[in-house]
Write a protein that binds this ligand. Structure first.
Ligand SMILES: [Mn+2]
Length: 300
């Protein structure tokens, strides 16, 4: 345990496909694997999020739209509370949809805030092309100002995230997006900074992490770190819902994250998408805890 890091943990068990036993089980699984002691944190428990309505809303294309709106408000208020406390917020998802509420809180609390977005997917579908109709397929698009009105307007400014403040790292689903006819983020938000998994490994994970951290610390001067565990290879992390070839191994991921986690400009971090129901013996929970503890150790 390392109390100097003063990490504040909040569970956000959002499962935006309304699977009743999916990524919503992640906070409990990581706690059972020793998360709180390993990161040296204070645990505020879980937000009371329940996504149970499997119907897809015809106008937005989203599953459980009303429940997603309510959950986004809970995340916003919960993260606002975290940001007002001393210490570094660590939000445990859940799915990547938690980022909408997180950025609504960041906008209110800190104003313009950057994002280091480490994710196997762009998460840039629209309601028509999203395979699952999940907010977790489209949160980067919502954050940068396109999508269902009530989510795009969840904070005090639109967009919640300026494209130029987004560093989109380690994605590898461009081919899948093209096949689905999804919006192309390279065309729609060209000011964002894109480094796919091949580029991250070619340039070096340490170099790419440091490049993003340095740029975000300079402008806008503060940022959030998002980690979707499906940015790991499916060999390293098979317990995710959408498998893709490619990706980073555990050490490459730690190397990419460390300079971001160590930055004084970091306002907080979320981690998402581990699905314990695909890992019945919970063998992957401890490596996740060790990854988080290892990268947050850079702040000590
Ligand atoms: Mn994602």
């Amino acid at each position: 345990m390392n109390d100097r890091r003063n990490i504040i943990i909040l569970g956000a068990p959002m499962e935006s496909e309304a699977l009743l036993e999916g990524v919503n089980l992640m906070p409990a699984a990581l706690r059972a694997a020793g998360l709180v002691d390993a990161v040296g944190g204070v645990d505020l428990g879980d937000l009371p999020i329940a996504i149970t309505d499997a119907a897809r809303d015809p106008s937005t294309g989203l599953v459980a739209y009303e429940q997603i709106r309510v959950a986004t408000g809970l995340v916003r208020n919960g993260v606002l509370d975290l940001l007002r406390r001393p210490g570094l917020p660590l939000v445990i998802g859940g799915c990547c949809g938690v980022l909408v509420g997180i950025f609504a809180a960041l906008r209110r609390h800190a104003g313009r805030t950057g994002l280091a977005f480490v994710d196997g997917h762009y998460d840039y579908y629209d309601g028509a092309t999203s395979p699952a109709g999940a907010l977790a397929d489209m949160e980067l698009r919502v954050l940068t100002g396109a999508g269902p009105d009530e989510l795009v307007n969840a904070g005090s400014a639109v967009p919640l995230l300026q494209p130029r403040d987004a560093w989109v790292l380690a994605f590898r689903d461009a081919w899948e997006m093209t096949a689905a006819g999804a919006p192309d983020p390279l065309a729609e938000i060209p000011d964002a900074h894109f480094r796919d998994d091949v580029r991250v490994l070619a340039d070096g994970p340490a170099e790419v992490g440091a490049e993003a951290a340095t740029a975000l610390a300079a402008d806008p001067g503060r940022f959030w770190l998002h980690l979707d565990l499906d940015a790991l290879s499916t060999t390293a992390m098979p317990a995710v819902d959408y498998l893709l070839p490619g990706g980073l191994d555990w050490e490459q991921m730690a190397t990419l994250l460390r300079p971001l986690a160590a930055s004084p400009a970091l306002l907080g971090m979320d981690v998402t998408i581990y699905n314990p129901s695909l890992d019945p013996k919970r063998e992957l929970a401890r490596p996740i805890v060790e990854l988080l503890a290892g990268v947050l150790d850079a702040r000590a």
